[in-house]
Design a binder for this molecule. Structure first.
Ligand SMILES: [Zn+2]
Length: 387
């Protein structure tokens, strides 16, 4: 799901569901005619056909409240594409908080068939369906929504959006073997922003833009435990999102660095996936180096020489803070369950000359400080599932 914040609206767009692609393994649920666990394929044209017959589709939040805004829906060669300009205040504030996790749709399958696959599971083809609802979700289930309910005497089913083929291509740039959507779990995190932190420092917007390039492909670990090599995630996409309706203490529009990450679904990290989905794993720490730390009052680079200004003090009504700029590297990012683990994950830097050594020691200390801050200052750090 793509979220674009404007002053008084938010634009949401993205694929609600793909066609002609196998879903993750869905459990046989009560009330459904499935002979066993199955993977599902929605056939090309099924959404277009439903929209022709019934263009009126409810647009809801979490399958409950009907939103006042309209949603444009269209089936293209990838799947069902949605786009909405939302003015609803609750949705705007959820979007600002990074809490919109994805799409889901409700349908009544009209023509579907099952056949058994070689591994004993089933495959279900849906060639005709009635879609009556598209929802925005503030949570994403660990597995795609498979809830089934009886409404007005008919069985209806819900599906949450999965990984799109484009995302799969992005992810497979980083994998040894091509991964399938059903083997992957994706989520997104807010890594950092341009707000002044409790240490009186902030990233510049250009630093966030540079970090958005540097963080793509970077590995994240959990609880700073590098030994669980399969318990790691990797960032496959980053974006810098500006919210013009929110102003930082420095008077700039709030700008966040958001990242999308994937991890393999394995039996050993099933608990982690559940924790991320449930929002229990939320705090993220980042570790990076910057080559410029400048005073907001006089612009002096504190890495070369300090100026007379003191962080937190006011000069002509302006509060002095330091601006972290010109990032040179992004080392890692980590989920931290217990923010008290202060010194964890500090990055070592090798260097050539003594002066460089000295410089880099400062940067290393800074990156450590940043990391500690990000673990403590959790107001902007929260996990969210993608889409
Ligand atoms: Zn200064």
């Amino acid at each position: 799901m793509k979220v674009e914040l404007r002053a008084d609206t938010v634009e949401l767009s993205g694929y609600v569901n793909a066609v002609e692609r196998k879903s993750e393994l869905l459990p046989k649920a009560k009330g459904r005619d499935a002979p066993g666990d199955f993977r599902e394929v929605i056939k090309q044209g099924a959404f277009a056909d439903s929209l022709r017959r019934n263009p009126k589709v409810d647009f809801k939040l979490n399958h409950s409240r009907v939103l006042p805004d309209s949603i444009e829906l269209e089936e293209d060669n990838i799947g069902l594409y949605a786009c909405a300009q939302v003015t609803d205040e609750e949705i705007i504030s959820l979007a600002r908080a990074g809490k919109l996790k994805g799409w889901s749709f409700g349908m009544n399958p009209i023509e579907s068939s099952y056949k058994q696959a070689s591994d004993g599971t089933y495959e279900r083809d849906i060639s005709k369906l009635d879609m009556f609802e598209v929802s925005i979700l503030t949570h994403r289930p660990a597995y795609p929504a498979t809830s089934v309910e009886l409404r007005d005497g008919r069985v209806i089913e819900y599906r949450a959006s999965e990984i799109t083929p484009e995302e799969l291509d992005q992810i497979n740039q980083y994998t040894l073997n091509d991964m399938k959507a059903e083997d992957l779990f994706t989520f997104s995190v807010i890594l950092c922003d341009n707000e002044i932190d409790r240490d009186g420092e902030r990233f510049s917007v250009s630093a966030l833009e540079k970090l958005s390039e540097l963080y793509v492909g970077k590995t994240g670990i959990f609880d700073h435990d590098p030994k669980g090599s399969n318990q790691s995630a990797r960032i496959y996409d980053c974006s810098v999102v500006t919210d013009v309706s929110r102003t930082t203490a420095a008077g700039e529009p709030l700008t966040q660095l958001r990242a999308k990450a994937y991890m393999a679904r394995t039996s050993s990290n099933a608990d982690l996936i559940t924790e991320i989905s449930a929002g229990i794993k939320k705090e993220v720490s980042v570790s990076c180096s910057v080559s410029r730390i400048s005073c907001s009052i006089c612009g002096t680079d504190h890495r070369s020489r300090p100026c007379e200004h003191v962080k937190g003090k006011y000069y002509d009504g302006k509060r002095c803070h330091f601006i972290l700029d010109e990032p040179t590297d992004a080392y890692e990012w980590s989920f931290v369950a217990v923010p008290a683990q202060k010194g964890a994950g500090v990055t070592k830097i090798c260097s050539e000359s003594e002066q460089e050594e000295k410089d880099k020691a400062i940067i290393a200390a800074k990156s450590r400080e940043i990391e500690i801050l990000k673990m403590k200052g959790r107001k902007n750090y929260e996990s969210e599932s993608t889409y």
